[in-house]
Ligand binder design. Structure first.
Ligand code: MSP
Length: 688
């Protein structure tokens, strides 16, 4: 939980500049930007740092491949990072490069402090090194020449090296962890770190004699400082302007303000580098006599359309074209809504568009459009009308607004934006429903209805005002657009002013609204094709797929193995070809949809989405089916219910378990619902 008034300092990992930024990097930066913005809305003084990690073997080698000096190579890539963060709407206060003089001077001083604490000694390292991860890898973590943890190629190294006496820090680290039970979130990662430390720490090699591209070891320039000792120091060097914070840190005001004990420092990063931040970094700081950061937030890993990002898959998607095609805030919303911060998740173009049309277009955009663009213009000359007599309908909206605001705040305090957005969308849904129930279009037709119409319009507009504040951390541009249409100024967070909405009625009657463009304009099929193309995805052609299909050989059945063949091949029959977009009953019957009865259910550990259900589908044994509905149903509540299930999908491994089918469900801005018959139909019968 966030202590009341401390200034807050948020950092992203500093990114390796051996390639251009992709959406995995963008996810980290957006998550951090969202946390910073939330702290700002709550009136905190904030500082946001990002940057680049430029030294080390990996960059050195990449530069050689390109025939450039390492510095020329990294300089060339920096604009890509700057542009990507701009495209993602991320507003940092400082961008540190590990090649900055202010940083190099600080790292050299950190080293000297460790030497003075007698934590550095010269020895020899013999073992494995992964250049891709810039990490030393122990024998037991190597298999077939690769790191078991990351799959990166390892190489044998035997070289003189300076060691850091990490083994001396086990007890002090454990004590710190005990005294700071929120140091690492999520808790699962904290437990992993504690068991790693408990197993006993070995001294850590912290210099490389064979790598030239790095900061020279003070007093022994034959060695360069190991890239992680160098990189981790960025979080403090950026606050210190090349000085080392002494005593009360008079010389480094940002350090005094933002680093503990003066401020709260939160490091955001991907789960794979938790150990560097949670074990090595605190030990280096202790050795230098500096306080430790407040919190480490390890987020999960993102796959792309279900696949791991890799060179071979060619799916390192740059964020810019996606943000250009669907809007920066749509992508930010998708990241924060679709993936629980701390858990793994997937980026899928299809789901991105579904969220765009559903939650955003039909939910939020529609709300603004229904009210500002039409009713308020037609009936009130574009001015916000005053609310009159309040009925139970308005009370419901106000209560939902209060609940959404409380819950969203609670979830954002706990760094759970996906839950916060879910809470906020309760207000979106409730307000849309309120419009449906109040039927303002009917009220507008009669003079008698005018008073009621004022109240209804005010209620919707005020609800939109609340939404504009609560959405600002995730969707700053759309929040401003909503406010502009409401006739309000953009949200301007101010230190020590908590803007989070709590009081109904802030919107003044008489304010001049300003109808503008639809927030999330709908695209038709051609539009969708164009948007997909801008994101680099080519959809199969609209027509001609059947006409162009090769004739299947007579004696061979048509394979339905892959999507591609399904799309491309049309078995030759006597029946005329169906018009494009239609399927025959035979096609429908290929999908074995059955009625299932839920016998048991439990949550899959470490996933807040997945439930493991035992479902009777009329076979001798119940099926085990994994369903991503855990944010909407408790497993116990499903036991005894009848659900529609697809029973002829191939078994699908998920989170170490295997799913033997799929539960059918529908969702929109009102939530998600499984499909259930309203009579006690026998399990196993076909859905048709
Ligand atoms: N340079 C180090 C970090 C030093 S911090 C003192 C590094 N850089 S990196 O460029 O390889 O990756 C940085 C971060 O990018 C990861 O920790 C993670 O936050 C993010 N991601 C990279 N790929 C990702 C996904 N596929 N999914 C989510 N985040 C990912 O490690």
């Amino acid at each position: 939980m966030w202590p009341a008034v401390l200034p807050e300092y948020f950092t992203t990992p500093i990114y390796y500049v051996n390639g251009k930024p992709h959406i995995g990097h963008a996810y980290s930066t957006v998550a951090t930007d969202m946390l910073v913005r939330y702290a700002k809305v709550r009136g905190r003084k904030t500082r946001f740092l990002t940057g680049t990690d430029e030294h080390g073997q990996k960059v050195e080698r990449k530069a050689v491949e390109e025939g450039l000096s390492p510095k020329a190579f990294v300089d060339r890539l920096i604009p890509d990072f700057v542009d990507a963060w701009k495209a993602m709407g991320c507003e940092y206060d400082d961008f540190i490069r590990t090649t900055d003089a202010r940083h190099e001077a600080f790292v050299a001083e950190m080293w000297k402090r460790a030497v003075a604490s007698e934590d550095i000694y010269l020895g020899e390292y013999e073992g494995w090194y992964s250049a891709a991860d810039e990490a030393y890898v122990t024998e037991k973590d190597v298999e077939n020449g690769r790191s078991k943890e990351t799959g990166a190629v390892v190489e044998r190294v035997k070289e003189p090296t300076y060691f850091f006496r990490l083994s001396a820090y086990g007890a002090r680290l454990m004590k710190f962890y005990e005294e700071h039970p929120d140091f690492i979130v999520p808790e699962g990662r904290f437990n992993e770190v504690k068991s790693f430390v408990k197993e006993g720490l070995r001294d850590l090699a912290v210099s490389r004699p064979t790598v030239r591209w790095g900061i020279p070891v003070p007093g022994d320039p034959e060695h360069t400082i190991y890239v992680w000792f160098d990189a981790l120091s960025n979080y403090v060097s950026a606050l210190c302007d090349g000085r080392f914070p002494e005593g009360d840190a008079q010389d480094a005001p940002n350090f005094g303000t933002f680093w503990p004990p003066g401020g709260r420092a939160v490091h955001v990063m991907g789960k794979e580098i938790t150990r560097f931040h949670a074990v090595y970094w605190p030990a280096f700081l202790m050795s230098a006599g500096l306080p430790l950061p407040t919190q480490i937030l390890a987020h999960g890993w993102m796959t792309v359309n279900g696949e791991k990002m890799s060179k071979t898959a060619g799916n390192f998607l740059p964020p810019g074209p996606i943000a250009d095609a669907v809007g920066t805030d749509t992508l930010r919303y998708y990241f924060m809504r679709e993936i629980a911060l701390g858990q793994d998740g997937d980026f899928s173009h299809k789901n991105l568009l579904a969220r765009y049309h559903g939650d955003l277009g039909n939910g939020l955009g529609n709300l603004l459009n229904r009210m500002v663009a039409s009713i308020v213009q037609k009936s009130f000359d574009g001015l916000v009308p005053a609310a009159g007599e309040i009925t139970a309908l308005e009370t419901t909206v106000m209560e939902t607004a209060s609940r959404a605001s409380d819950n969203a705040r609670k979830h954002l305090d706990a760094m759970q934006p996906h839950k916060a957005l879910e809470a906020i969308w309760e207000l979106v849904a409730a307000t849309n429903k309120y419009i449906d129930l109040s039927e303002p279009w009917k009220l507008a037709k009669s003079e008698d209805g005018k008073a009621r119409l004022s109240t209804v319009s005010y209620t919707v507009l005020e609800s939109l005002r609340w939404l504009s504040v609560m959405l600002w951390p995730v969707m700053p541009t759309k929040s401003d657009a909503i406010r502009e249409q409401l006739g309000l100024t953009p949200l301007m967070p101010t230190v020590s002013l908590d803007l989070w909405p709590t009081v109904w009625g802030g919107l003044r009657a008489g304010t001049k609204t300003k109808p503008g463009a639809a927030l999330f304009p709908r695209f038709d099929e051609d539009g969708e094709r164009a948007v997909m193309a801008r994101m680099g995805v080519t959809l199969p052609p609209k027509d001609g797929a059947i006409a162009k299909a090769p004739k299947p050989k007579k004696d061979k059945p048509v394979s339905t193995e892959t999507n591609e063949t399904k799309k491309a091949e049309a078995p030759k029959t006597d029946k005329p070809a169906l018009p494009e977009g239609l399927i025959g009953i035979d096609d429908l019957m290929k999908v074995e949809m059955k009625l299932g009865l839920v016998l048991a259910g439990e949550r899959v550990p470490k996933s807040d989405k997945l439930l493991e259900l035992k479902i009777d589908v009329g076979e001798p044994e119940p099926r085990t089916i994994l369903a991503g509905i855990g944010q909407h149903y408790e497993p116990e509540a499903l036991v005894g219910r009848r659900l529609a299930v697809v029973a002829n999908l191939p078994p699908r491994p998920m989170m170490g378990r295997v799913s033997q089918g799929m539960v059918l469900a529908v969702s929109d801005a009102n939530g998600l619902s499984v499909l259930s018959p309203d009579k006690d139909i026998t399990p196993g019968v076909r859905v048709k």
